[in-house]
Each structure stands twice: as C-alpha cells, then as structure tokens.
Design a protein around this ligand. Structure first.
Ligand code: WQD
Length: 343
C-alpha cells in the first residue's frame, strides 16, 4: 500500500533531506514547490541517493485554486510536512508584506486544502526564532515565546498560533511544530546540501563559499558580545538529524501517540558554539585557512541560543547524533562537490 506524504518546499535544503529519509522509510512522496529558492535538480539528486524520483508539482502555494485542485487529486495522502516559506531574515525586514503574504498564504492554503480533503495530520517547520531573545538557557518548549525581531520569524510564530487554534476546534486535526535551531551539514553522500541563491545570509554557507574562493572574506558580525570570545553563540544541528526528527514526528502523528492534538518540539544539538569556534573548527576539519574580519554586530542578532531537547527525546525518541565536526565536514564536502561539478 502506498503511504503518500505531501512535502511542501521539498526541493529545498531541509526538504530534500527529509524527502530522502521518507523514501528510505517506504513512504511515497509528493513535493509541492515553486522553486523560488531551489531547483528541479534536487529531484534527480534525490533519485541518485534513493533510486526513486519523488512526484513533483511546481506550484505557487499562495494560489488557492491551484492548491485546492492538487489536494483533491491527492486526497489519499496521509499527512503534510509543510516547509515552503521565504526565509531570508534581512529581506523580510525590508519587505515585510512579501513575507507575511507568502508565508501565511502558503500555510493557510495548505491547511485549508488538506482539511477539505480529509488529510488531518500536519508537521510544521518552525524556528527557534519564536523564542525571541530567550529568558533562560537552555531553551525549553516551556520557555516564553516572544515577538520575533523579523517578519520572517514572526510569520513562523503566527503560523504556530494558527495551527494551534485549528487543533483546538477541530478534534480530528493534529499537528506537530518543530522548532529548528541552526541547521547545517549535508547528506553523507555529498549529493544534496544547502545551495542558497545569491549571497548567503547564514554563517555555514558563507564559510564554505569563502573557503572555496567564491566570497572574498567572511564578516564576523560582532566581537563584543558578552561571551567567552566576544562572538555570538548558536546551537548548530545536522540537517540529517533534523530530517530524522520529521520522520519521528510523522510517525507519532500517524500512530496517534500524541498527548495533545498540538505539540511543539525543539530540534537542536543542545550545544552552543561561537562564531570564532565555528571558524576554528572549520579550519581544523578542512585544513583551509579562512579569510575573516570582525565587524559590527548584525541588527537583531541575539547573544546566545541553545536548546534543551529533553522533550523530543522523551516523546519522539529523538536526539541529535552527529557532532560539530561531522556537520562542518559534510558541509565542506558538499561545497567541494558542487565546485567540481561546475568545472
Ligand atoms: C549564525 C551566527 C551571526 C553570517 C537564522 C534565522 C533562524 C534560522 C536559522 C532560518 C550569528 C553570525 C552569520 C555571517 C556571521 N532559520 N554570522 N557572519 O541568525 O542564528 O538564524 O538562520 O531559516 O530563524 O534567524 O543564523 O547562520 O545567519 O548566523 O558572523 O556572514 O553567525 O551573526 O551570530 P541565525 P546565521
């Protein structure tokens, strides 16, 4: 029997790693994606790893009529994993309406179309940004959520609230929101990984592109934070571990093991690394010297973030397995493979 799962944003960085693991767990996958920050090449790459090319429909998820039609045709799906969203934090501050319009309409259309067609399980790609500047470390799911600094972050927080409201009134609808800390790394084959369009916003692709000679210099945003070396601390989590958590969340929903119809889980490694530690680890793992300079802080950045994932461990049986060296090594291998493909 086919066990079909719809993955929105499945051609993207996190999405493609989830799709690989779904296929390896004998699910049939339908990807919905507008390819705004990804490409159809992901489908061939997924096939290269798994031997199976997932079903794919190119669609703008904010197109309500198109979404209604797709879900009608695929009403045999068991659940939806929703990742499709714009995610450039800086751009979202410049063009907030674009982010609210896109991220909220994509979410609303997905929820509406799936419910109309009796698909009542939903995994939401959320973010640690919903905690804003945290009151306590490590951050637990009970920590206060706060209005995030960026419209991108706020679209995730509002998204969670919409889903929670839906779970309250519609007793057969259930959902899990997964709050990602900082996903990095790539599939161990080096065949899929993060490929941001244009100049990267995030640290890891900026590091690997600088080492590969595509960027001149890495700017370290802020050297005067109240941390042991003055640079900001984050909880980096391997994208393969993150993908595994989606399989675990999906199974919890499908097996109806939830304590309440709406649940949230932190996904992080539980360890904090500073920007300078990331640079040093990269240099040690890759044997490449990085050109970097410490500059001004980036607006909206928080001093320190790291997760407690005890809840995910207890309820999902999930824990991040891969260490920082593996995360950085796989990111670098992916970057090098990309470059050798292009030559
Ligand atoms: C990490 C650290 C920077 C780039 C963002 C989103 C979050 C999540 C992941 C995304 C910070 C520093 C970075 C650079 C640097 N979701 N840095 N030079 O800001 O923690 O989280 O991405 O989809 O919601 O907010 O991640 O990788 O941008 O930054 O010094 O060129 O690296 O200041 O301390 P962030 P990041």
């Amino acid at each position: 029997m086919d066990r079909k799962i719809i993955v929105t944003g499945g051609c993207g960085y996190v999405g493609s790693h989830i799709v690989v693991q779904l296929i390896e767990n004998q699910f049939e996958v339908l990807i919905l994606d507008n390819l705004s920050n990804s490409s159809e090449a992901s489908l061939d790459r997924i096939k290269q790893i798994t031997g199976k090319r997932p079903l794919f429909i190119k669609v703008d998820l904010s197109d309500r009529a198109a979404m209604a039609k797709i879900f009608e045709q695929h009403n045999d799906a068991l659940a939806v994993i929703h990742l499709a969203a714009l995610k450039a934090v800086g751009e979202s501050i410049e063009i907030p309406l674009k982010y609210y319009y896109n991220n909220l309409n994509c979410l609303l259309n997905t929820l509406n179309s799936q419910i109309e067609n009796g698909i009542n399980k939903f995994v939401f790609s959320s973010s640690a940004t919903v905690y804003g500047s945290p009151d306590e470390l490590p951050i637990t799911e009970k920590s206060n959520t706060k209005r995030p600094f960026s419209p991108y972050g706020n679209s995730k927080r509002i998204g969670e609230e919409i889903i929670e409201d839906l779970c309250k009134i519609k007793c057969d609808f259930s959902s899990i929101s997964l709050r990602y800390f900082n996903p990095i790394g790539a599939h161990e084959s080096g065949i899929i990984g993060e490929l941001p369009k244009g100049v990267p916003n995030n640290l890891m692709p900026y590091i690997t592109q600088t080492a590969a000679g595509i960027r001149d210099k890495l700017m370290v945003f802020g050297g005067d934070y109240p941390t042991h070396d003055g640079t900001a601390i984050r909880d980096y989590v391997h994208v393969m571990d993150l993908a595994q958590a989606h399989i675990d969340a999906l199974n919890r929903l499908l097996n109806e093991e939830q304590d309440t119809p709406y649940e949230t889980f932190n996904l992080g490694s539980t360890k904090g690394y500073s920007v300078l530690e990331m640079i040093q680890t990269f240099e040690a793992v890759s044997k490449v010297k990085l050109n970097y300079e410490i500059t001004e802080r980036r607006a909206g950045d928080i001093t320190e973030l790291y997760a407690s994932t005890k809840l995910a461990e207890e309820k999902l049986g999930w824990k991040a397995e891969r260490n920082i060296d593996e995360m950085i090594r796989s990111s670098w291998e992916w970057e090098q493979n990309l470059r050798s493909e292009k030559e």
